[in-house]
Design a protein around this ligand. Structure first.
Ligand code: SAM
Length: 264
């Protein structure tokens, strides 16, 4: 694990490790109110399909009634923690897919992102089933073995000490619980890679300027994607944190990957 005094990447910039979190916080404070709109614009709506794949893998007990009209599994309690959960996108999808005893705890370090999430929860009538907690994914304020599943979507690359966040996800999972991480990945398809580069470095910062008034925030997000470890290396980091049956699935030509591991 890296020590204080070492450096981290803030996009392509080399910054002292202890400064990275404050810089990341500035980015998300700046984009919070338009974050969800920007996700749709930048990904052409694709982020919805990627998030649905994560929710399907998390497999909350289904709320739909069985042929007898009763849902047995759907009534089973299921507690999921969504790390770096921001404005609650994953939480709402899990609650919509899950049964009446499904509960989600969203943890995020940024109060502005959480504030948008709380308002969205009230609008959707889901505020009794989701808790928005301000906290650092590197030091979670929950006891060991308190959740059935842990997820993180597009969050891990923003966290300065990835190893610490993985260790915490493992700690708070119950044995038999699954960790799922959705993250931008490595595009290896030649034609697509060139197009993706052009789009990322030209179109996305321009969209950021037009919609949020902040091109730099989105330049950081694009650069941080390129700095994130290749999926094989990230899988090794998950194994080092203790996860078993580690696997990953590239989606959309490798633009994103869904990583999975279990606390066995
Ligand atoms: C790209 S957003 C992802 C939000 C959400 N998961 C989604 O998919 O829409 C990254 C989030 O990571 C959060 N974050 C960054 N560092 C964090 C940390 N150390 N602990 C918890 N959250 C953090 C940011 O505040 C931000 O809300």
């Amino acid at each position: 694990m890296r020590e204080a005094g070492e450096s981290a990447h803030f996009g392509f910039r080399e910054v002292p490790l202890e400064d990275k979190q404050a810089l990341v916080d500035d980015v998300f404070r700046s984009v919070a109110t338009r974050y969800d709109l920007m996700n749709d614009l930048m990904s052409g709506g694709l982020h919805r399909a990627w998030k649905d794949a994560l929710v399907m893998a998390a497999n909350p007990p289904c709320g739909r009634p069985s042929a007898s009209g009763q849902s047995k599994t759907g009534a089973r309690p299921f507690a999921l923690i969504d790390l770096a959960g921001g404005t609650g996108d994953i939480a709402f999808r899990v609650l919509e897919a899950g049964g009446p005893a499904t509960r989600v705890t969203v943890v995020d370090i940024n109060a502005d992102m959480l504030q948008v999430g709380r308002a969205r929860a009230v609008e959707r009538g889901l505020d009794q089933m989701v808790a928005f907690v301000e906290g650092n994914a590197e030091a979670l304020p929950f006891p060991d073995r308190s959740f059935d599943a842990a997820t993180i979507a597009f969050g891990i690359r923003n966290i300065p000490h990835i190893e610490a966040a993985l260790a915490e996800a493992y700690r708070v999972l119950r044995p038999g619980g699954r960790f799922l991480c959705l993250e931008f990945s490595t595009v290896d398809v030649p034609g697509l890679a060139a197009l993706y580069d052009f789009y990322s470095f030209n179109v996305i910062p321009a969209l950021g300027r037009a919609v949020v008034g902040d091109a730099d925030a989105y330049r950081y997000l694009v650069e941080s994607i390129r700095r994130f470890p290749r999926p094989e290396l990230f899988a090794d980091m998950m194994r080092a944190a203790g996860f078993g049956r580690v696997s990953f699935r590239p989606m959309s030509g490798g633009i994103v990957a869904l990583h999975s591991g279990w606390r066995l």
